[in-house]
Design a protein around this ligand. Structure first.
Ligand SMILES: *Cc1c(COP(=O)(O)O)cnc(C)c1O
Length: 237
C-alpha cells in the first residue's frame, strides 16, 4: 500500500512540475513522521525517502535513536521551545520554525558552544490565523536584517503552514504570499533565500505550482493520524 502511495506522490509531483515548467529535481519530499512508528518509517527510508521531519523534540530524539542505522536526514518542522534547543541541535540539519528573536539568541549561543552552524528557515504566518506561529509578512524584513548578522545561522529560506481548509485554492493564497516575501527579501538583501517549505498532503500540488522546494507530507503516505494535530500545533502562542 505504501509503495502505491509513494508512486502516486511521485506522479503528482511530476505533473504539478510539468504544469508550471519546473523540474521535479527542484522539489524535495520531506516525510512528516509524527505519530508514525519507526518500523514503518524505516521501510520508507529504505526505499530512498530519507528526509524526515518531526514536530516535537522528544519524539524526534526517540526516532533518531531507533533509526540510527539507516542514517536519515532530520529536520525539525514544529514549534521549538527555547529550553529544548540544546538537546536537539546535534541531530538536525535544518530548523523550519524560526519565529522569534529569543530563539535566535538561544540557537546562536548553543551553536557557539558546540562549534556548529545550522541551516534555518524563517516561519511566516501567511494565513492571518492568530493560532499559527510565525512572523507576519511585514515583520520578516526587519527580522532578517538582524538575523543575517548571526554567523552561526544559514538562512536558507521560508516556511509556512497554509490556512486550515480542505480547498487547496485557499492554500494557494498563502503560498503566493510566501513567494512574495522571498522575492522582497532577495531584492532587499541582494542574497538568495532559495528554499520554500510549503505544502502538505492536501495542497502540495498547488504548493509546487507556486514554487515549493520542500513539501512536507504525512497523511498521504502514512494514512490518517489518530492523535489530534492540536497536540502538535498548540492553539496558543
Ligand atoms: C503534520 C505536518 C505536516 C504534514 O501534514 P499532512 O497533512 O499529514 O501531510 C506538514 N507540516 C507540519 C508542520 C506538520 O506538523
Amino acid at each position: 500500500m505504501m509503495k502505491e502511495r509513494l508512486d502516486n506522490l511521485q506522479k503528482n509531483i511530476l505533473n504539478a512540475c510539468l504544469r508550471v515548467g519546473r523540474s521535479s529535481s527542484e522539489v524535495r519530499i520531506l516525510l512528516a513522521t509524527k505519530t508514525v512508528s519507526t518500523d514503518i518509517i524505516g521501510e520508507v527510508v529504505k526505499q530512498g525517502y530519507s528526509l524526515l521531519g518531526e514536530n516535537k523534540v522528544q519524539e524526534l530524539l526517540e526516532k533518531v535513536e531507533n533509526l540510527k542505522s539507516l542514517d536519515p536526514e532530520w529536520h525539525l518542522i514544529g514549534h521549538l521551545q527555547t529550553n529544548k534547543v540544546k538537546a536537539i541541535l546535534p541531530y538536525i540539519s535544518c530548523l523550519h520554525s524560526v519565529d522569534r528573536w529569543s530563539l535566535v539568541q538561544e540557537l546562536d549561543k548553543r551553536l557557539n558552544e558546540i562549534g556548529k552552524t545550522l541551516d534555518i528557515l524563517v516561519q511566516v504566518n501567511t494565513s492571518e490565523e492568530e493560532s499559527k506561529f510565525g512572523l507576519s509578512p511585514e515583520e520578516v524584513l526587519p527580522f532578517l536584517e538582524k538575523l543575517l548578522s548571526i554567523k552561526n545561522l544559514n538562512v536558507k529560506g521560508f516556511m509556512t503552514l497554509a490556512a486550515f481548509s480542505s480547498d487547496p485554492e485557499i492554500s494557494r493564497v498563502s503560498f503566493k504570499l510566501l513567494k512574495k516575501v522571498q522575492a522582497e527579501a532577495e531584492s532587499k538583501f541582494q542574497k538568495k533565500f532559495p528554499e520554500l517549505s510549503m505544502g502538505m498532503s492536501n495542497d502540495y500540488q498547488v504548493a509546487i505550482e507556486e514554487g515549493a522546494t520542500i513539501i512536507r507530507v504525512g497523511t498521504t503516505i502514512f494514512g490518517q493520524r489518530t492523535t489530534s494535530d492540536s497536540y502538535y500545533w498548540p492553539e496558543q502562542k
